[in-house]
Ligand binder design. Structure first.
Ligand SMILES: Nc1ncnc2c1ncn2[C@@H]1O[C@H](COP(=O)(O)OP(=O)(O)OP(=O)(O)O)[C@@H](O)[C@H]1O
Length: 326
């Protein structure tokens, strides 16, 4: 397969109505449920979703580690096995890949042999910030150090697609920054980087595209700015003793309502329109604050809405909102 072979529409990864159900004693779990997405070359894509949303199941299918029950999944227009055989994919998964009785250098050297055009082992160790650990045994490393070995394995093949499942979990701040600096270089080189993460800040900072899934279904797909806008970009808070819930719920452009005694916090896609409507209805709120929301709140709003958890949380707190989204 030539190095730049892609599907007819140029996609590096294509999920077309892909589903995967697991059967447990408690009944079927629809881990991935009609997922459709298409990833273009050179994109850096964050793959987000609450625990159990189906991220790892999707990535495992993408890498050919398990098969979809239905739908079509293509890598570079072909199968995962073909793409991997031709060194088109570098991956860093949550588990596996590390051997128990080898040194870091030996582990990465072994991995390099699986790829047709690897970069130098010393170079990969340096980029993963583990050159000083080269002679240590892999199974004696800390969790964060093992993550960095997996990182070296993901980049050793110089593959055009890099798939990372929660890559920075367990890494300290310094190594996390080094990791993203290296990934940024890969992206500049035109590689496609797909990563699942629970660190929303990383998604906001490094991904040009954010895909949110929940219950195995696609919820949102766009730039971080687009996701924030679609989720309701602003938080409008004020003090208004005695206002009825029904009045708040009638306000336009509302995404989410939270109350804590006299304090009302509204998430709204148009804070001006929401505030003017409240004033037009004759109310005079005090201590008005308008705040732009981050990707984390947008993510929570999107997933909470999908879980039917949106509504007034009387006496609620941010923690209550967070829990509702999980
Ligand atoms: N081998 C399996 N057998 C049964 N159920 C499974 C299996 N693998 C995953 N599941 C279930 O499928 C659903 C999706 O799991 P998955 O690991 O893909 O989610 P995730 O988004 O990666 O979650 P997390 O953020 O917690 O890693 C969950 O309900 C999970 O319990």
């Amino acid at each position: 397969m030539p190095r730049d072979t892609r599907s007819p529409d140029g996609a590096v990864v294509e999920f077309a109505n892909v589903s995967k159900t697991f059967h447990s004693p408690k009944g079927p779990v629809h881990a991935v449920n009609g997922l459709t997405m298409s990833l273009q070359p050179g994109q850096t894509i964050a793959f987000l979703g609450p625990n159990g949303a189906g991220k790892s199941t999707s990535l495992n299918m993408l890498l050919g580690l398990s098969r979809p029950d239905s739908g079509r999944l293509a890598l570079f227009g072909g199968t995962a096995a073909e793409a991997i055989k031709h060194g088109m994919v570098g991956a860093m998964l949550q588990s596996g890949g590390l051997m128990s009785d080898v040194t870091v250098r030996e582990q990465v050297e072994l991995w390099a042999k699986l790829h047709p055009r690897p970069i130098g082992v010393a170079d990969a160790l340096k980029r993963a910030n583990i050159a000083d650990l080269a002679d240590r045994r892999v199974d004696k490393l800390s969790g964060g150090q093992q993550q960095r070995v997996q990182f070296a394995m993901a980049i050793i093949g110089d593959s055009p697609l890099i798939v990372l499942d929660e890559p920075t979990t367990g890494m300290d701040v310094e190594n996390r920054q080094a990791f993203w600096a290296t990934m940024r270089e890969r992206a500049y080189e035109g590689k496609t980087v797909l990563f699942a993460t629970h660190y929303l800040e990383e998604a906001d900072q490094f991904a040009e595209r954010v895909i949110v899934i929940n219950k195995g279904r696609l919820l949102a797909d766009g730039s971080a700015a687009e996701i924030k806008a679609s989720a309701g970009a602003k938080r409008l808070s004020f003090r208004l003793p005695g206002v009825q819930d029904a009045v708040l719920h009638r306000l336009p452009n509302l995404v989410h309502v939270e109350r804590q005694a006299d304090i009302v916090r509204l998430q709204t896609s148009d804070s001006d329109a929401t505030l003017y409507a409240l004033l037009d209805a004759g109310y005079r709120p005090a201590d008005i604050e308008i705040q732009a929301l981050g990707l984390e709140q947008a993510f929570l709003a999107i997933t909470a809405e999908d879980n039917n958890a949106v509504g007034t949380i009387a006496g609620g707190t941010d923690t209550a909102t967070l829990e509702a989204a999980r």
